[in-house]
Design a protein around this ligand. Sequence first.
Ligand code: ADP
Length: 438
Amino acid sequence: MKITGKKIELFQPDFILFWVSLLSSTLISALSFIYFSFIWAFIASALLIILVGGAFMMGRLLLRSRKQKQYEEKKIEKFIENAHDAVIMYDKDFRIFVWNQAAGEIFKLKKEDIIGQTISPEKVSISSFKYLTQTIFPSLAPSINKKSAPGVYPQILDITFIDPSLELAVITDRILDDNSDIIGFIKIIKNKTREINLLRSKSEFITIAAHQLRTPLTAVHWIFETFIKNESLSSSDKELVYNGLSASIRLLKIVNDLLDVSKIELGKFGYVFTEININEFLDKLLQNANILAKKYNVFLYFEQPKTPIIIYGDPQKLSIAFSNLLDNAIKYNVKNGQVVVKVELYPSRPYIQVSIKDTGLGMSKNVLDKLFSKFFRGENVIKEQTEGSGLGLYITKNIILRHGGNISVESVVGRGSTFYIVLPADPTLIPPKEVAME
Ligand code: ADP
């Protein structure tokens, strides 16, 4: 008899019931032939044979499911062992019981030296255990960036070590028993050092290139600006100079956007937080945006609460973010269209919401899906507006996230769009560190 090509091991513990029933049935059957009439003994033996057959089938089933379970466990073990990311499991006392190859590569510790070891905060002073201890107890790490709310599982955070340089993305979850009691923890750790270094060198290259371009471009822009003021230019020359001036403004905007993006990605945009009266702040930005609004024949409205709202933010960075949104709401509007900016304070939560509603082109789902990606320009505007770098909303979202806020959008094609910007009114909700959006 076979199970997946192998002989049944009749002496496995799964067949205990079979053996017990076989022996006892043989005995009972023999006794019944001695003590009862032949016919009754025969019936009893037949019933006992059925019983033994059942016990045998049960043994087979037990063996098969046990083997299946072992096979699944081996498969999981193999998967964990060869996983690209480090997998570490430890019990409630921080005693490590699972450690894969990738964990060994990151922390430079061998499986045989670490399995069964209890990691306590004091181990941070042992150099070979330092990074592992700081990863298990992130409050001991030099620099962390939490990406999930406290106490919410899975916990997600990034840890940066400096010497030697190591960038880790760590996901921690609880291991629960059948009663939902915590029996341990699992950590999945991705080594992002190479990825981050590559991004860093790419961003550094863009920073240098954009800096190099900005100086000659500023000179060209200044020449056109000087020329356009010249009264003696013929109308055809004036048109040429005007085109040159617009092109230099556009190029400067692209170069400046590129510089901002590379600084954001290097985590060096350099935020300076201070108190901001958001009513006055937006009022000023709307006055500046009026010049563009007049050019596009668009009307701007500002709805604000009577009492001033104070938030904590970087006014220079927030004015980049809100100007991008206002410029888009004006540029991608229709003639005689409107832009309504509204500020509200959430009554029950320490957040404010600014909405920027336009009556413009609107966006399809295709556009909405990629809206905040770098260099994205929607098909809704490319035909109408050739200008634009597709970097504005990427920069805007990064600025808002850096303030501990969020941005979302609702839009209907041909009807218009509303961008909602939520910002904390409580400075403790601002993240401690500058990190680029992924
Ligand atoms: P840019 O304006 O330079 O193209 P942005 O990053 O600011 O870059 O915007 C990306 C794209 O999002 C735009 O090209 C456009 O397709 C779409 N978009 C942004 N704001 C609006 C808006 N208010 N109405 C319609 N489309 C918009």
